[in-house]
Design a protein around this ligand. Structure first.
Ligand code: ZN
Length: 202
């Protein structure tokens, strides 16, 4: 499965001059929602991810996704794994589990995102699950931004990866493109102005 091509075909790999949520600049931006607008594509990607996880023999009771980014990928993955699905959401900045979702003591939970960058939101969701007594046994994402080491890839974790080394991380592809501090951004030096993804309808 050529995930990079799927992103390109769905116009989900945007090229331009972007200001990322980290404050860094990049020539590219991944908009997974564009890939997932086709439910059949979402199902196919989730099935491939589920196969990787099952081949590793990891038992999962529940998939938990941090909203908003992980919602669709998490739901599709839970369906492919045939397990329960819950989501975590931010309330006044803090990740929480609401809506009557319960987590049993020792319940084996996989945290699913659309894209793992440094894994910050995934780790916040993992902390909530563990506080409730659950056991976080794996992380998964459709795409890996290249900061964390995933199974089946030669990319090594960088210093800013927040995922723990002892829990497996599954993803379908690496999108390891360059990011720049604003003062060192070649696109800025070339005179262009970075835009926040979303500010022009993307
Ligand atoms: Zn720039």
């Amino acid at each position: 499965m050529d995930v990079q091509q799927i992103y390109k075909d769905a116009h989900a790999l945007l090229e331009g001059h972007f200001k990322l949520s980290s404050g860094n600049h990049s020539q590219f931006y991944l908009q997974s929602a564009k890939v997932l607008e086709n439910p059949r594509t979402a199902e196919a990607l989730a099935a491939a991810l589920a196969t990787q996880i099952q081949e590793q023999g990891i038992a999962i009771d529940t998939v938990c996704a941090p909203a908003l980014g992980g919602l669709i990928a998490g739901y599709a993955l839970a369906s492919a794994l045939d397990v329960r699905y819950i989501f975590a959401e931010r309330v006044e900045g803090d990740m929480t589990i609401r809506r009557g979702f319960e987590v049993a003591k020792g319940e084996k939970v996989l945290i699913c995102e659309d894209i793992i960058t440094t894994g910050g939101s995934a780790m916040e969701a993992a902390a909530v699950i563990e506080r409730l007594g659950g056991d976080v046994v794996a992380f998964a994402a459709l795409a890996n931004r290249g900061f964390c080491r995933r199974e089946h890839s030669s990319i090594q974790s960088k210093n800013n990866c927040k995922l723990p080394h002892h829990i497996p991380f599954f993803a379908l592809a690496d999108f390891d493109f360059a990011m720049y501090a604003p003062e060192a951004c070649p696109l800025c030096l070339g005179g262009s102005i970075a835009v926040k993804p979303g500010s022009r309808g993307n």
